[in-house]
Design a protein around this ligand. Structure first.
Ligand code: ADP
Length: 246
């Protein structure tokens, strides 16, 4: 079976600013990958490359066995960007409408079938926002908004979820609940790629870790990461404060 994401020798620069240098990384079905690295180390850029939002300068990227530039099954991917927590720029749609948009790739046209509406109800229930269905998306809190994005991905039957610091601005309790939701989605078979600056969260929740700073410093299961020197190598000894929850 093809890996979910296959990155081979990828490099990318914004003009003269090198962001990613010769990274190779394979993500298998069912992985819960934590993508970590200091500020400005290329995490968001690598995620955007994986999703086809940038084209690599060098190297190749495949999604589900297809070159990302030719990949046409967008509904298989759910993406929660950093902006998803902020309120600005969202169209005035209700949560139900936003989640229902996730069904259109399957239905092909309106009106949607009963099965489509059931899929929307199920998705709202899974992420526990059924009671918010008729609210406007731009009236939700950051945490509720994340859940709405995930519900849309579930309604579209995404099997890869990519999240970029999804809990920035979310309070500690909701954040914990949010990560439990991600764990249960992962247990149901959804592959997860998570950018998260809190290394304690990543080592607690993810089963694989990729640690980058332009280059890839480590990729492997969480245990091998904890035992490695990748953290100090990638962050430098004078770098950020590092939190260990163990
Ligand atoms: P991270 O997500 O790890 O904080 P980014 O991928 O956002 O890192 O950024 C990697 C590098 O690329 C940084 O040096 C950043 O300043 C630069 N960069 C990011 N986005 C752009 C852009 N749109 N134009 C120019 N430089 C950028």
């Amino acid at each position: 079976m093809s890996p979910v994401v296959d990155i081979e020798n990828v490099s990318f620069a914004y003009g003269d600013t090198v962001a990613i240098r010769d990274v190779s990384l394979t993500i298998s079905k069912g992985d819960f990958l934590g993508l970590i690295g200091p500020n400005g180390s290329g995490k968001t850029t690598l995620l955007h490359l994986m999703l086809g939002l940038h084209a690599p300068d060098e190297g190749t990227i495949e999604l589900f066995g297809e070159p990302v530039s030719e990949f046409a099954d967008g509904e298989r991917i759910g993406y929660v960007s950093q902006q998803a927590t902020s309120r600005g720029g969202t169209m005035p749609v209700t949560v139900r409408e936003a989640v229902t948009m996730g069904r259109f790739p399957h239905a092909g046209h309106a009106p949607l079938s009963d099965a489509d509406h059931d899929a929307v109800d199920d998705a709202l229930e899974t992420v526990d926002i059924s009671e918010l269905a008729d609210k406007q998306v731009n009236q939700l809190s950051g945490g509720q908004r994340q859940r709405a994005f995930i519900a849309r991905a579930l309604a579209s039957e995404a099997d890869l979820l990519a999240l970029d610091e999804p809990t920035v601005g979310v309070d500690a309790e909701s954040r914990d609940e949010f990560y439990r939701l991600l764990e249960s989605l992962n247990e149901s078979g959804i592959t997860i790629v998570l950018i998260e600056h809190d290394i304690g969260v990543v080592t607690d929740r993810a089963d694989h870790i990729a640690c980058i700073n332009q280059e890839l410093y480590h990729h492997g299961d969480t245990e091998s990461f904890v035992e490695s020197d990748a953290l100090t190598e990638a962050y430098g000894t004078s770098g950020q404060v590092v939190h260990h929850h163990h």
